[in-house]
Design a protein around this ligand. Structure first.
Ligand code: FPP
Ligand code: MG
Length: 337
């Protein structure tokens, strides 16, 4: 068995362990989404049929469990974060013009952009119903702040479209907001509701933010390689939409003036160009792009691991499984490319 398979199987075991809490989370979300509008039934059906990796709910369960907390409380908190994720993806698939998510047609593909946006709004209401039902005012405030970060991340991403002078720091600021901030809150709130003190909660925040950054970099790598066979969503769309993600930014910084003209030409074509493009492939090989990506990911992984070493009274086994899993995803994509 390869190391990658071992990591994937370990995640499946954590999934199995928390299966009933994850079912409860999904049931809570679907109950909130019931409506007289028939399109909401289709959304519920789709969410039931294809739940995705459910990393945010798994984080809640593992953190509650790792502190010896009451796992039933984790399911409701998980429903808040999973709803934020679902709402954001409904809107994101409109923005990115995607037809496929989790191997199912997107709501914009089925009903058009207008209905998909409204379904996102319906989930938006569910987020606040669920958060308010937890009777923790700080949680409602933090959810609001985090959603603002998500929106800002998407707005900044639009601002940097087709701008090859975007810095890697600008890119990191975008992905912190659009992806890492929600995982950050997920970890922070789980620690706080497990009764941990402010210092420990801050450490968990750091774990979530570093993990989330790796998560988005791996997703961007998959989009760039167009090679992740089993995540079942549209790939190669980033560059077609003008989103110059980390692999492109690294190449743009490595290459000489002549190569830069070639890369910029490809970027400006509005096509899902990626590693399947011979000139992109040749530059990626020449500059050992995969290794440069791994170096960047490793920076964030080391920071996340340092957090787990700092929190001594916590059983971090499952958090390490998540970290190894996301790293193994990168390697799996690289092997398949
Ligand atoms: C996926 O990125 C998108 C996000 C992580 C955030 C989307 C956020 C918004 C649309 C702001 C609105 C928020 C709410 C809560 C309504 P991606 O396109 O790189 O990933 P993908 O490959 O999964 O599509
Ligand atoms: Mg998208």
């Amino acid at each position: 068995m390869t190391q990658t398979t071992v990591q994937q199987n370990s995640l499946k075991l954590v999934h199995l362990k928390y299966e009933s809490a994850l079912d409860e989370t999904n049931a809570l979300i679907c109950r909130q989404l019931e409506s007289v509008a028939p399109q909401s039934n289709k959304l519920i059906e789709t969410l039931d049929a294809s739940r995705g990796k459910q990393l945010r709910p798994l984080f809640c369960c593992s953190i509650f469990n790792g502190f010896g907390g009451d796992i039933t409380k984790a399911a409701r908190l998980a429903a808040v974060f999973e709803s934020v994720h679902v709402a954001s993806l409904l809107h994101d698939d409109v923005i990115d013009k995607c037809q496929l998510r989790r191997n199912m047609p997107t709501m914009n593909d089925l009903f058009g952009d207008g209905v998909a946006i409204l379904l996102g709004d319906l989930v938006f209401v569910a987020i606040y119903e669920l958060a308010a039902s937890m009777e923790e005012i700080w949680l409602v405030k933090d959810v609001s702040k985090t959603i603002k970060l998500l929106v800002e991340g998407e707005l900044l991403q639009q601002q940097y479209r087709f701008k090859e002078e975007t810095s890697i720091e600008d890119y990191e600021a975008v992905i912190y907001r659009k992806t890492a901030a929600l995982l950050e809150l997920c970890c922070y709130a789980s620690a706080r509701l497990s009764g941990q003190d402010a210092e420990v909660c801050e450490e968990f925040k750091k774990f979530g933010s570093n993990f989330g950054t790796i998560f988005q970099m791996v997703d961007d790598w998959a989009d760039f390689c167009k090679a992740c066979q089993d995540d079942n969503k549209d790939r190669g769309v980033d560059i077609a939409n003008g989103f110059i993600t980390l692999p492109w930014l690294i190449l743009l910084r490595q290459c000489d003036a002549e190569e830069k003209v070639v890369l910029t030409g490809i970027i400006n074509q509005f096509i899902p160009a990626c590693l399947n493009h011979p000139e992109v492939k040749s530059l990626a090989d020449k500059y050992n792009l995969e290794k440069l990506m791994i170096d960047k990911l490793q920076e964030y992984k080391s920071r996340a691991e340092a957090v787990l070493d700092n929190v001594t009274h916590f059983d971090a086994t499952e958090m390490k499984v998540f970290l190894d899993f996301i790293f193994s995803e990168f390697l799996k994509i690289s092997e398949a490319k």
